[in-house]
Design a protein around this ligand. Sequence first.
Ligand code: NDP
Length: 360
Amino acid sequence: MTDDKDFKRLVRARMAETGLSYTQARAALSAGTPAGGGGGLPRDARIFVTGHRGLVGSALVRRLEALGHTRILTATRDQLDLRDQAAVNYWFRANRPDYVFLVAGKVGGIMANAARPAEFLYDNMLIHGTVVHASHEHGVSRLLYLGSSCVYPRQARQPITEDQLLAGPLEPTNEAYAIAKIAGIKLCQSYRSQYGDDFVAAMPTNLYGPNDNFDDVGGHLVPMLMRRFHEAKLAGASTVEVWGTGTPRRELLHVDDLASACLLLMAHDDPPDLVNVGTGVDHTVREVAEAVRDVVRPDATLTFDATKPDGTPRKVLDATRIQALGWHPTIDLPTGLRSTYDWYRAADRIRGHERATTAV
Ligand code: NDP
C-alpha cells in the first residue's frame, strides 16, 4: 500500500519522537489501526480520555491527535474529581461522550502501595465505580477500562493467561490496589452481562515512557532507575544503588505501544471482555537496571539493597489474545529507554533540577 501524504507526515513525526526507522514508525502507527491510519473510530466521535495528564492518558491523547480526532474530551482533577458520582454524572450529561477510556486512577510503585493502601483502594474503587456507572447511564458506545497485571495471583503460572484471575492469593505489597482493580474488572463484566453494555477490560503489563512519574521515590521501576542514574551523572557519582536483590523478572511495555493496543480494542468489532497487553518477554531487574545505565550513565557501577522488598518474583503476561487481534509491540527496550530519557531530560522539572545542581 502507498502511504498518503497525511499518513507519511504522521510517520515522520513519530520517527522524530521515538528514533524509530520509517518502517518501525509506520508499523507502530498502523498497529491496531485499519489501513489508512484512521484509528477505526469516527474522527468526529466524542472520546473521553480520563487521566489525560498521566502516563497512559497523555499517550492516548497524543495518538488520537496524531490520527486526526477532533473531539477529544478531557478534564483535569480540579475540573472533575472522578470520585464524585454526582459531578461525573453532570459532566457526562453536559459532554455526551461516545467512547470512554477509563485510565485515571491512583497509581504508584511498591513503596507507595505499601505506605498508602487505604487511598489506593478507596480512590480507585470510587473512580472505577463512578465512570463505569455514568457510562452505563449515558449509553456510551464502548468503555475501555485499564486494569493491571497486579490483578493476577502472586504464584500465577507464567506466562499469565487471563483465566488465572482470582485463582490464588495476591502479592501482599500491592493487594489493596489489586483488589480495587479486580473490582473494576468485575464491574465492567457485570454491566456487560446484566445490561449488555460494551465494556472491555485490558490488563497492561509494567509501562514506561514520556509523562511517567519521576518524582515519587516509591515509583515504578524505569522512572525510579532513570532518575537515580541521572542524579548520579549530575553529581559525578560512580555507584548507583538499586532496590531489592535484582533477581525478580519484569516485563516492560512502552506506553505508545499500549496506546495502539487500546485504540485497537476500542475500535475492534468484537474484542474479548478481558485481555492482557504485554510483550510476552521479561527481564531481571538487574538487566533493566543495566539497560537504563547504558542509556544514562554507562560507566556507573550497580549495587543492590536487598533490605528493600522485591515484590512478585516473576510477572510476564500471556499476550496470545491481543496478538490474535493483530496487535504487536513495536518499540524495543533500548529504543524506548533512549526516547524516554530524552523526554525526561527535556522536561521542565529536570531542567530546573539540573540548573539547581549545577549552581551548588
Ligand atoms: P498516572 O499516575 O500517570 O496518571 C493517573 C491520572 O489519573 C492522572 O492524570 C491523575 O490526575 C488522574 N487522577 C487520579 N485521581 C483522580 C481523581 N480523583 N479525579 C480525576 N483524575 C484523577 O497513571 P498511569 O497513566 O500510569 O496509569 C493509568 C492506568 O493504567 C491506571 O489505571 C493504572 O492502574 C494502569 N496501569 C498502569 C501501569 C504503569 O506501569 N504505569 C501498569 C499497568 C496498569 P492528575 O494529573 O491530576 O494527578
